[in-house]
Every structure is written in structure tokens, then in C-alpha cells.
Design a protein around this ligand. Structure first.
Ligand code: ZN
Length: 81
């Protein structure tokens, strides 16, 4: 899957509210083929327990969490731009 497709899918997950923060950098993501746990560590690195992430090191679920945190950070720093 290309990166663009991954981001597109991630945005869809966010839009349909399938990314649920459980606290402490842990997210419950309801994917098309199952529910997965995405964990984000202090460095902002994410990992997911879906087969796609285990194989390729990236997936729409972990990307969705990255997008979620990127946009919330943007909202907080209004002055930059
Ligand atoms: Zn995943």
C-alpha cells in the first residue's frame, strides 16, 4: 500500500471515529478486519499489533494516531504560522 493510500485510510478511520484513546498513549482502533491496539511512546513512535504493521512496520491504524496527535498539537500552537 502506498503512503498516500495509507494516509487516506487513516483519515477515514479518524472521520468515522474509529480511533479511541484509552490513555497513556494507547489507542483502540477499529479497522476493517479487526480491532487493534496502537501504542505511542514518548518519542512519538507508534506501533500496532495488526499483521500489516508486524510485516511492514506501518499501517493505517498507527498512521491515524500520528495524524490525530499532529492535528491536536497544531491546535495548541496557534502562533506558529
Ligand atoms: Zn495496524
Amino acid at each position: 500500500m502506498s503512503l498516500d493510500k495509507l494516509v487516506e485510510k487513516a483519515k477515514k478511520l479518524l472521520k468515522s471515529r474509529r480511533v479511541e484513546p484509552l490513555g497513556s498513549g494507547v489507542y483502540n482502533v477499529v479497522g476493517d478486519h479487526g480491532t487493534y491496539i496502537v501504542v505511542q511512546d514518548y518519542d512519538g513512535k507508534v506501533s500496532c499489533n495488526c499483521p500489516g504493521f508486524v510485516k511492514k512496520g506501518k499501517c493505517s491504524h498507527s498512521t491515524a494516531v500520528l495524524i490525530l496527535n499532529r492535528s491536536s498539537r497544531k491546535r495548541r500552537t496557534k502562533r506558529s504560522k
